[in-house]
Design a protein around this ligand. Structure first.
Ligand code: SF4
Length: 677
């Protein structure tokens, strides 16, 4: 996917999809009387050309999704006017005043009848930091409801829980992605980056050339194939037993004296208990559960140890993805991965570490600014009195009036329309009836609502169920910021005007706030000003943005600076105007962990098996996977002609040895070619 970087007057921005946030150069297509000057696409004309731009995560590369992303701006069924469901049951065009009056009137009526907890908001990890922040503020200061959460709960909440427990903070990758390039070994669990974020594979080149790329995946995924020809090894555990692989690797590290004992002594707590707990997972026993040959487990542990700095290696990384995190044992598996990394002395050491690979475009920033039911801006607990005091001060409200914590996503969706549960739901940047677990159940709960409002760019499956649909701006039509999988805060810039009567969520929230009687100053609409407020609200928290502004980020990019990774505390009084005195924190934990004693916590975890397993009447495992061409629920990518043509439908790969009718937990035959149905 590598291409020369683009030069010229194009607008610098980033891809609308995944958390790699590849750099892009966006050039508006000159308009003509018929509305555009490009190649016809899905009945509309591209208004933008997209070219790759040199940026550290993608180094001038884009995947097919990025190359074709301009099509989403002009897809034939783009929402361009507000829609309100009429007495005939159909969605029909309305003016903004009419639609906003229906929404505000419905919210006010339901709150008056059932209290503010009858109102709920569901956000998304693709929203800009500014939108995510304002959604949280709107919920807590205008609606006065604790019920706000977002789709990130379906993704890497277990990784966040594991990271917070071990390190005292959760930043997906606590180091720049480019650092991977110097590593001698990379252990990648449950992540198919060659499909989901292809340019990231560039950063695995060093490990591959050293024969040190280890991919743990039940399938011979495209990423697992990168280990062939001496580049590394593919470990294919029985689905649901990744945790056993990790326990066995740690067993070998401890039993063979390969751990970094000085590091364990000085920088961790709990190592003795963890060492004792993995004594039961000798490789031969692990093999009977996970199916990975004992010899492979031993040699992999030795490979990782040899790459660790304490044993003279150039560095090693342990990385997890959704494949091991989206599981009833997700947090335990992440914890085991962190235990392994700590035993090798990797986190907080330059050129080594542990990280969770964020998927959604703003999955990192989206979980930092108050969209989560239990958090306030700055990635802080909502029940912490000092945090409440600080954020209330920024918002100009009484701390006692900030409601929460509320219900996390799955419980929130399950409570819709029930006695005492929300009767009205506003959905922003999420297609819950496709992407939420137990989607049919979610559809039932949504049907029980009195009011469903969906803000979206296309008529997604969820939008089609709404009482009111509000058309909103998308990536190249708006200003704002995103935070990449590395915790790097980056600028999203507007390259084209939004079509029709499309508006930003910031404008919509301000309009609703005014109709609901809130003071005009409460809900800002200028992204730069909203960011400044967000930065103040985040001050002192783990995700501290207080040293940043759009101006600072723009100036850094103009000067080809290194970018800013949070935390970025505010500049001192002596700093020149518009300058962030603090350089940001590309590499976390170098001087200690933000835990009470400064040590990383190792926590005992053990294998209990999947919550549901194969049996005589259900003899096959179904493992979810990703394809390069589609992103999340496909609401965007299924509307791009090239991507849709390449992969029009979901498909199932069936292993050649399936069909015997007998439940089997063996690993025999895994890794061979599947059949496609
Ligand atoms: Fe890059 Fe991800 Fe966009 Fe592909 S989808 S171009 S990997 S940001």
């Amino acid at each position: 996917t590598s291409q020369p970087a683009t030069t010229g007057p194009a607008v610098r921005s980033h891809c609308p999809y995944c958390a790699l946030q590849c750099g892009m150069a966006l050039t508006p297509v000159p308009t003509s009387p018929d509305g555009g000057g490009g190649v016809p696409d899905a009945g509309a004309r591209p208004r933008l050309t997209v070219a790759p731009r040199e940026f550290p995560t993608n180094r001038g590369g884009l995947c097919q999704k990025g190359w074709t992303s301009a099509s989403v701006l002009t897809t034939g069924d783009r929402l361009t006017v507000p829609l309100v469901r009429g007495a005939d049951g159909e969605l029909a065009r309305a003016t903004w005043d009419e639609a906003l009056d229906v929404v505000a009137g419905g919210l006010a009526r339901i709150a008056a009848e059932s209290g503010p907890e009858a109102l709920a908001i569901f956000g998304g990890g693709g929203l800009t930091n500014e939108k995510a922040y304002m959604l949280g503020k709107f919920a807590r200061t205008v609606l006065r409801t604790p019920n706000i959460d977002y789709n990130g709960r379906f993704c890497m909440a277990s990784a966040a829980a594991g990271g917070n427990r071990a390190f005292g903070v959760d930043r997906g990758l606590p180091f720049p992605l480019a650092d991977l390039g110097g590593a001698q070994a990379v252990l990648l669990l449950g992540s198919n980056v060659a499909e989901t974020m292809p340019p990231s594979v560039l950063h695995l080149a060093g490990a591959r050339s050293a024969g040190g790329l280890v991919v743990v995946d039940p399938r011979l995924s495209v990423t697992a194939q990168l280990t062939e020809d001496g580049a590394g090894r593919h470990l294919a555990p029985v689905p649901g037993t990744d945790l056993v692989v990790l326990l066995a690797l740690l067993h070998v590290i401890m039993a063979e004296g390969l751990a970094d004992t000085d590091y364990l002594e000085e920088r961790t707590s709990g190592a003795d208990d963890v060492t004792r707990s993995v004594a039961a997972w000798w490789p031969e026993r692990a093999e009977t559960v996970c199916g990975v040959p004992a010899d492979d487990l031993r040699s992999t542990a030795r490979l990782l140890a040899a790459a660790s700095p304490s044993r003279g290696g150039t560095g090693a990384y342990v990385l997890t993805g959704r494949g091991v995190e989206q599981s009833s044992q997700g947090t335990a598996t992440v914890t085991a991965a962190i235990n392994l990394a700590l035993a090798l002395g990797l986190p907080g050491r330059r050129g080594s570490g542990y990280g969770a690979i964020t998927g959604q475009g703003n999955g990192q920033g989206g979980r930092e600014h108050g969209q989560k039911s239990d958090q306030l801006p700055g990635y802080r607990k909502i029940d912490d009195p000092a945090t409440r005091e600080h954020v209330a001060g920024v918002w100009g409200v009484d701390p006692a009036t900030i409601p929460g914590p509320g219900k996390p996503a799955v419980q929130l969706l399950d409570s819709l329309g029930r006695d005492g549960g929300p009767r009205a739901l506003m959905v922003h940047g999420s297609n819950v009836v496709v992407s939420a677990p137990n989607a049919d159940h979610v559809r039932e709960r949504i049907a029980a609502l009195d009011l469903l409002v969906v803000c979206d760019v296309v008529p997604s499956e969820t939008a089609r169920l709404a009482d009111v649909v509000l058309p909103v701006t998308q990536w190249a039509e708006e200003e704002g910021t995103m935070t990449s999988l590395e915790g790097r805060v980056i600028r999203r810039r507007q390259a084209v005007d939004a079509p029709g009567e499309v508006r930003s969520e910031l404008w919509i929230l301000a309009q609703l706030a005014a109709r609901l009687g809130s003071p005009a100053h409460l809900m800002g609409t200028d992204p730069a000003a909203v960011f400044d407020e967000l930065a103040r609200a985040s001050a002192g928290g783990p995700a501290d943005y207080s040293g940043l502004s759009h101006e600072v980020l723009d100036a850094d990019e103009d000067a080809a600076g290194p970018g800013y990774f949070w935390p970025v505390p505010a500049a001192g009084a002596a700093a020149p105007p518009g300058t962030a005195q603090h350089p940001g924190t590309p590499r976390m934990f170098l001087d200690g962990f933000p835990t009470p004693d400064g040590r990383a916590r190792m926590v005992v975890v053990d294998h209990v098996g999947p919550s549901d397993d194969v049996r005589a009447d259900a003899p096959l495992y179904l493992v979810t996977g990703r394809v390069l061409q589609h992103y999340q629920s496909g609401a965007q990518t299924h509307r791009v002609a090239e991507l849709e043509k390449a992969v029009p439908d979901p498909f199932v790969e069936i292993h050649p040895s399936s069909g015997s009718g007998s439940a089997s937990r063996t690993a025999a035959g895994r890794g061979s070619s599947p059949r496609v149905a």
